[in-house]
Design a protein around this ligand. Sequence first.
Ligand SMILES: O=CC(=O)O
Length: 361
Amino acid sequence: MAMLRSLMALRRLQRLAVAPLSFTGGATTQVLREMSTLPRVYVTRQIPPEGLRILRDSGQVQFELWDSDDVPVPRNELLQNVKGVDGLLCVLTEKIDAELLDAAGPNLKVLSTMSVGFDHLSLEELKKRGIRVGYTPEVLTDAVAELTVALLLATSRRLIEATHEAKTGGWGTWRTLWLCGYELANSTVGILGLGRIGVAIAERLAPFKVKKFIYTDVAPRPELAKAINAEYVSLDELAKQSDFLSVCCALTPETKEICNKDLFAKMKNTSIIINTSRGGVVNQEDLYEALSTGQIAGAGLDVTVPEPLPTSHPLFTLKNCVILPHIASASYSTRNAMSALAVNNLLLGLRGQPMIKELKL
Ligand SMILES: O=CC(=O)O
């Protein structure tokens, strides 16, 4: 009888433990923390339903989540909410640094970020503490490549300017050179940082009759380059030869502001730069100068510093600069796949098993 009672109590506990808790620090949360022995997880954002379902159905953890997608968890609350957790699932708006890891304390074993980029994580601090890190590459490659092509065409064929003119009375008679842009046919496309995403972009651009693909990286990547018949060149040559320069590299100390006035000075005045990696790779003051003086023809940016870019930023005043609010991976299927992968990485990590996608620290 006693055994039956404890079994029933355990079942009840498990049900409670896997219910999503959107209250932070309330009495209910406190009671559940005290009752359950399952590993504790904090999720810093309301994640897409696929990931949430896996987390909820796993029965493996008790979790709390910041129940909003519109407002990131304030830093102070985050520091409070991570106290004592075993696992943390974050998105790219959270800075995971020594202060946060100290606030979490020694129980934290696994961090899973719902992003391919990891420049918001202090890898050194994570490594020092023996915390394993999961991330979400590959599942977003198609979406990012697709958006990059869309942004490239919107910029090179001046689509945003054109719809604005059509809507606001600028559309007069058909004119021979009005709203002319640059075409991909017979062009040279340069890729700064050749990885899966760079290859996927090139594969999509090739049918537009691109003449040549070139790329640069820390070293040649012959296996990847072979797939798209791309030639390895220096950064200087990349700047000089590219009609379209697609920035696809990770943000690291080496690539920080690698697109600066020296690089823009080497580019053709008919060239277009597209950045779907991280805003920090581009020096925005130098970019403004290059665009406003006609040193280069246009820029398409999905990423900026800071994000959101203030509406008063000078780059917003330029017709030849198309700015998107960091949406490269924003398709329903991809964001769901990212959330599922992030949750599975977390659960596997907490079980001490290899993650599906784990960063080597
Ligand atoms: O920018 C998006 C990501 O890193 O996933």
